[in-house]
Structure formats: structure tokens, C-alpha cells
Design a protein around this ligand. Sequence first.
Ligand code: GLY
Length: 370
Amino acid sequence: MADLVADLIPVALPQNPYEIAIAAGLLDDLGPQLRDRAGLKNRRLLVVSNPLIFKHYGDRAIASLTAAGYDVARCILPAGERYKTPRSIQKIHDAALDHRLERGSAIVAIGGGVIGDMAGFAAATWLRGIGVVQVPTSLLAMVDAAIGGKTGVNHPRGKNLIGAFHQPKRVLIDPTVLKTLPVRELRAGMAEVIKYGVIWDAALFEQLEAAPRLDRYGDIAPLLQDILRCSCQAKAEVVAQDEKEAGLRAILNYGHTIAHAVESLTGYRSVNHGEAVAIGMVAAGAIATALNLWEPSCEARQRALIEKTALPVALPPGLAIADILDSLQLDKKVKDGQVQFILPTAIGQVEIRDRVPTDVLRQILTAMQP
Ligand code: GLY
């Protein structure tokens, strides 16, 4: 595809640098991208996807890979966060063995965050680490999960507790695939986009504020290339400065501390990840305002943006505050028994705090009950 012009965003890691390419039509250019841009010379590839995504895009992806000379097998896993388990990793490894993947072979993840995280973890652990190429098909995966090398599966008592850092060889984003994304998932991805506006990129935040509506594909589509470029750029800059989350990278967890508790307590079913992040950002914004770190007007602007995207601003029904507080202790970001919160101090700026008084937390969560 000679005339394909992509936005290229470097993830400038010292050991494993790679690029994120964003362009309409990239799905039909997968083969040349892997062969000529990601340098994958070994012929054997394993495509990991879920049934719905594979039905929409599998044939096109495999046609492009095969035309570029690859010998492609597939492993199709059931869709959904509840299948993000060690058992699914076993299935990918079974397929890797059947297809005789070698050290130089790669896994190609075509799907949302669940598929990307599992395919990445299977690649990290097969033969002590083979390549993975991320082809995200949800907005959430495009702007977050596919970038930065966090891979893994859930433990029954906590999200993403089993995992590894394993950077992809390349991230290939074709925004046109979002046309088939259910609107609820599109909005979920917008939660992470809003997150980048709050933590890193005030101009992105203002661009989102200027949009009349953000709750439907038709209204988001004209902004998509910009939204994707700014969000991926923000993530790439943060990851390049702190690959293994020794410090700065923790800011990407803005809204995620309470989000993970909400997801875990609702069994990863009734509330999706982006909705939980929206709830978590509302809580974090209220905490920051209560601690005099953030202007109430900024908190109101964030809330307005979340509401414009038709994302939730209240806790789901039936959650006990005591259970949320308990669940926070299981978060990966707990340090010496102190729960870490990422709290905004301006639009485009946050800081990490680990001493949020429990009574402030309890008060804010109580006010967020439906
Ligand atoms: N999703 C948060 C991170 O990649 O660090």
C-alpha cells in the first residue's frame, strides 16, 4: 500500500524502541508493516483474536500477512474480561506449540485490551519471550492497553495481578475499525482519552471541551486522528521516561485506583473498564478538590466532559463503601500499606499522593452513591 500516510509516534525506550503507526487502511497493510517496518523475518506467525473481531477483520488481516510471505495460524478466544485468565494463556501456548512458533516468530494480537494483554503475556512467556505486534481494535486498546508493554491476566481476587512487561515490536492502529465498535465501548475508550487531557495534555482537554458532542461515533470520527495522535503521544512520552513504573508512569493510573476496586467488586461484568475509570476520575477529582489541590472549576470541567461522553459519574448500585475501601488495599499500587492516588493539580498536570485520609475518601464515595 504505497500511498498510505501514517502518523508515526516513537516509543523511545533505550532497550526496545518501537513505533506506533496510525492510519486509515493500515489493516490491509499488516504484512508489509511486519516484514518491512517491524523487521519480522521468521515466517511463522500466530494471530490471536476473538470471534467477533475475527469475523469482521480476520480475513483481511490474514490475506495481507499471507501475501507478504507469512505462514499464519490463528487462536480465537472467547470475548470478555472474564476470559482473561491463565487458562486462555494455556490455549495460546497450545496453538504456539501446534504451529511450531520459534524464537524469531511473533504473535499478532488483533482485538481490544483483553486480547492484547493476553497475547502479549503469552508472547512474553513462550520460549522465554517472542515478539508481539499489537493491532488494537477498540479505542481503549488503541490509546492505552496496546502501548507500553503491560501484559497479563486477572487473578479471581484482583485485576491484572499476574503479568509481565513485554514491549511490542510495533503498534498498528487503523481508526476505521472503530466504525464497528459498540458505542458503549467507544465511550469507554473516551474515558482514557479524557484521562490524557487531565494528566498531560491541556490542549487535548480543550479540544474535547470544544466538541459539541462526544457520545457517538459520528461526532467523534472527525476528531479521531487528532485524539489518537495526542493520546498515543502522551502515553509514549510517559512510558519512554519510566518503562517499569518506578515513578512517573504511575500517573497513567489516574482514576484507576477506585476503578479497579469497582471492577473487581462488580465481577468485571456490569461496569466496563472505561466506565470504572470515569467513576474513578470523578472520585480522584473530588479528592483533589477536597485537599485544596485542584480548583473546583477544573473539577466541574472534568465532570462536564465525562457527562458529555455519556459516561457514569456515580458509583454503581449495591456497592458497600467498606468493601471499596477494603478492595483498595489489594491494588498493585499499595506501598507500605498506603494506597496511592493520582490527583490533578491543574488541567494537564497531576501528582502522586499516598496519604489521602480515609474519612475524606469515605465522604466522597458516600456522596457518589446512586
Ligand atoms: N495502563 C497504564 C499503563 O500502561 O501504565
